[in-house]
Design a protein around this ligand. Structure first.
Ligand SMILES: Nc1nc2c(ncn2[C@@H]2O[C@H](COP(=O)(O)OP(=O)(O)O)[C@@H](O)[C@H]2O)c(=O)[nH]1
Ligand SMILES: [Mg+2]
Length: 245
């Protein structure tokens, strides 16, 4: 396959020493030919050392930027090192690396591929406000993207060369921007977006960064992120190369 050998798996990580080692090893085993970059986002534990020992390259951020900022650093790293494809995989083991192959296959005809939970695979479920937010966001982003997307907040995604260009410079760093707003950004720049079904697993260790109380605030913030995304002028694909320092 044309895309192999140039693929970088980027794993955002914050205090994931308990899980990241096994996840890196599993990804390297499952996705032959890909390199793994763990972006250690100011962890206070041994995430960096554990990830390195497992065979990952590691980018250590001096302080916590959040998932979006860490991913932008990962995209920049990928471009600088000549990778043409990036796949984002969580460091906690929730994303099954077996799904990476179908994400990469769909990249042959698309610029961004989302690994969608609830799309038939596995039995992952969200409830209450979090679920409603996902449904509303999916409907709005589907309209913008011109295709039916059911899981806009999934962090399991693949990015091809066209979208990589954009994400390396403009990947949203604000809360939730890395999920919903990045799709709006890509869609409005003319990227073709699609989804493939994936199953979700339970965390392999450590603690999730979200708590149930925060879930109630999720809907409002996500919708605000969407409004802000729509407010911004669309990005041109080719001509905006020098518009930011
Ligand atoms: N770079 C970075 N990664 C984070 C941060 N918070 C969580 N993550 C990572 O993002 C992924 C998903 O986080 P998680 O807490 O499991 O969220 P959930 O799966 O949506 O409940 C994991 O790989 C985390 O290590 C952060 O502040 N910065
Ligand atoms: Mg998780």
């Amino acid at each position: 396959m044309g895309l192999q050998g140039t693929t970088l798996i980027v794993m955002p990580a914050f205090n994931e020493e308990a899980a990241v080692g096994d996840v890196v090893r599993e990804v390297l085993r499952e996705v032959a030919d890909a390199d793994v970059l763990v972006v250690d986002d100011g962890s206070r534990d041994r995430t960096t050392q554990v990830a390195r020992a497992a065979g990952a390259r590691v980018l250590e951020l001096p302080f916590n930027l959040g998932v979006g900022g860490a991913m932008r650093a990962g995209f920049k790293f990928a471009v600088a090192e000549g990778y043409t494809t990036v796949v984002q995989v969580d460091s906690d083991g929730q994303h099954d690396p077996a799904g990476v192959a179908s994400l990469l296959a769909a990249l042959e005809t698309h610029d961004v591929v989302i690994g969608a939970r609830f799309a038939g695979e596995g039995d992952y479920e969200a409830k209450g406000p979090r679920r409603w937010a996902m449904v509303v966001l999916a409907a709005v982003v589907s309209r913008i993207a011109g295709t039916r997307l059911t899981d806009t907040t999934s962090g399991f995604r693949a990015t091809g060369p066209r979208a990589l260009e954009i994400f390396a410079r403009h990947y949203p760093a604000e809360y939730l921007g890395d999920t919903v707003e990045s799709l709006v950004l890509a869609a409005r720049a003319g990227c073709r977006i699609t989804q493939v079904p994936v199953s979700m697993r339970v965390r392999a260790g450590g603690t999730p960064s979200h708590d149930p109380v925060k879930a109630g605030v999720y809907l409002g913030r996500a919708c605000l992120a969407l409004v802000l995304a729509l407010w911004r002028p669309p990005l041109a694909l080719a001509d905006d190369r020098n518009d930011r320092p």
